[in-house]
Ligand binder design. Structure first.
Ligand SMILES: C[S@@+](CC[C@H](N)C(=O)[O-])C[C@H]1O[C@@H](n2cnc3c(N)ncnc32)[C@H](O)[C@@H]1O
Length: 235
């Protein structure tokens, strides 16, 4: 096998793993098992496929901080929701953020993120498809969520909990892979939360570069004080 053939085989394997990750139906057991097996080659695989989501998301966070948030960037608490191996954290650090927390469903991915040394704290075993009970309301100035509103991973209604833990006038920055946006009710969920006065869409970069296979939409939501009030179910 020539070096070129080997490269092609690696690229094909990377594409297959990325594709397989979209068929996990949001099932906790399958997601945990799948990411346990992917953790050691995840960065290489997505790097091979030109994954630029973390850069775009971190640069949007940087722009929102400069334009709207008063505090010194290094003093802003920012949460990387479903941080994976820590690619977004690395970009946030490059841009001057210092109080970066992360969580992930997969303890193995969370451990990789811890090892980067860029996070203040990283929690494993946190499921975005349920209440984020370990997180107080209105904790973070910015919450980022990259590569997670993706088929087979997290439901659109996870946005409600991300809003709750974000401070009033703070921002949620999220990517939605195009196939996810087309196949799910993400935009309806956004409309529902806007109608309820929980958040407003401040920006949306439509069909931006994301990964070789397809683009993503990048959303910037500004959270209102209503986001932090308990929901009817919680009362
Ligand atoms: C495609 S990776 C993205 C990781 C990182 N944000 C990035 O951009 O590289 C998806 C991550 O979401 C995590 N994940 C999947 N379902 C989740 C859930 N229900 N709750 C929290 N994390 C989840 C996976 O463990 C994985 O680390």
């Amino acid at each position: 096998m020539t070096t070129r053939d080997q490269l092609t085989a690696l690229e094909q394997a990377a594409r297959k793993r990325i594709k397989d990750s979209h068929a996990l139906d949001g099932d906790v057991g399958r997601l945990v098992h799948f990411y346990r097996g992917w953790v050691s080659s995840y960065n290489l695989d997505v790097g091979r496929e030109g994954y630029c989501g973390p850069t775009v998301v971190a640069e949007l966070a940087s722009a929102m901080q400069t334009a709207y948030l008063a505090n010194d960037r290094a003093a802003i608490p920012i949460l990387d929701a479903a941080c994976g191996t820590g690619l977004v954290g690395g970009q946030l650090k490059r841009l001057g953020f210092r109080l970066i927390d992360g969580f992930d469903l997969s303890e193995e991915m969370a451990e990789m993120a811890r090892k980067t040394g860029v996070y203040r704290h990283v929690q494993g075993d946190v499921n975005l498809n349920g209440p984020l009970s370990g997180y107080s309301s209105a904790t973070y100035d910015i919450t980022v969520c990259c590569g997670v509103f993706t088929l087979g991973h997290v439901r659109p209604d996870a946005l409600r909990e991300l809003a709750r833990i974000t401070r009033p006038n703070g921002f949620i920055i999220a990517s939605t892979r195009k196939s996810y946006a087309d196949a799910t009710s993400f935009e309806d969920e956004v409309q529902r939360l806007q109608d309820a006065g929980v958040l407003v869409t401040a920006q949306c970069l439509n069909d931006g570069k994301y990964i070789a296979e397809e683009g993503a939409h990048y959303w910037v939501f500004q959270v209102t004080g209503k986001a932090n009030a308990p929901t009817e179910e919680q009362l």
